[in-house]
Design a protein around this ligand. Structure first.
Ligand code: B12
Length: 190
């Protein structure tokens, strides 16, 4: 950071580090403690980068976004990055935290009336929770876009979950949110 590196590039490098830790855990070269340690380091890095990113990024677009990690999943580092970047772009983010049930998402959507809902999830097991959350949101009348995000996602998962969009990257995700919400606002939403 002192050398003036782009904070988003630093985040990208750290994410690659996390990917490597995950692979080593998968190969039984690291224990769970390694995952936890990597998570803690990442959190510290984010704490340092956040003020710098907040100073650098700005934007005109705004809107309400409901965000959370789906039921059964407690991974939140990626979600927190998305939250940070969205806030920098002047979105009002209602972050419901981790392990959020479909019912809580649906209740909060009714209350907050978001322009967009973002679901985060990294576990394969989370895909069913995502699917249930999307189904309940739709059943309770939420008609806006639903984006799912997480490192292991794919088009196939998106189709299974019946979400509108998917991403494995926060910067792309935030661009997508900007586009989708400004479209809604131009169409006359509040
Ligand atoms: C750190 C970590 C942990 C930490 C989490 C700390 C925390 N507070 O989040 C701890 C140690 C707690 C943990 C626990 C577990 N973990 Co873990 N973990 C990881 C690891 C190494 C990194 C994840 C991470 O934070 N990546 C960095 C972030 C920045 O990337 P990201 O989450 O993908 O987010 C980016 C994008 O996806 C996107 N994004 C994310 N969400 C959203 C949402 C929206 C709306 C948008 C637009 C974008 C977006 O933006 C982010 C920035 O670009 C991964 C390996 C990996 N390579 O992913 C395993 C991994 C996800 N974990 C795994 C497992 C198995 C577990 C445990 C079940 C282990 C256990 N036996 O207990 C538990 C799960 C407990 C639970 N119920 O959730 C597996 C999952 C396998 C699977 N297919 O299901 C992985 C893949 C490791 C592996 N290779 O086996 N884990």
């Amino acid at each position: 950071m002192d050398a003036g590196d782009d904070p988003l590039r630093i985040l990208k490098d750290c994410r690659e580090g996390m990917r490597q830790v995950g692979l080593r855990y998968e190969r039984n070269e690291y224990f769970l403690a390694g995952l936890i340690m990597a998570g803690e380091i990442f959190r510290e890095v984010m704490g340092l980068l956040q003020p710098v990113v907040e100073r650098q990024v700005s934007g005109q677009s705004s809107g309400r976004i409901l965000l959370g990690t789906v039921e059964g999943d407690i991974h939140d580092l990626g979600k927190n990055i998305v939250n940070m970047l969205l806030s920098c772009h002047r979105f009002v983010v209602h972050d419901l935290g981790v392990d959020v049930s479909p019912t809580t998402f649906a209740e909060q959507a009714a209350q907050v009336q978001p322009h967009l809902v973002g679901l985060s999830g990294l576990l394969t097991n989370a895909y069913d929770a995502m699917r249930e959350t999307v189904a309940l949101l739709r059943a309770r009348g939420y008609q806006g876009p639903i984006i799912i995000g997480g490192g292991q996602l794919s088009e196939k998962v998106c189709q299974y979950v019946e979400a509108d969009h998917w991403t494995t990257d926060a910067v792309t995700g935030v661009e997508l949110c900007r586009r989708l919400i400004s479209g809604q606002m131009q169409a006359g939403g509040d």
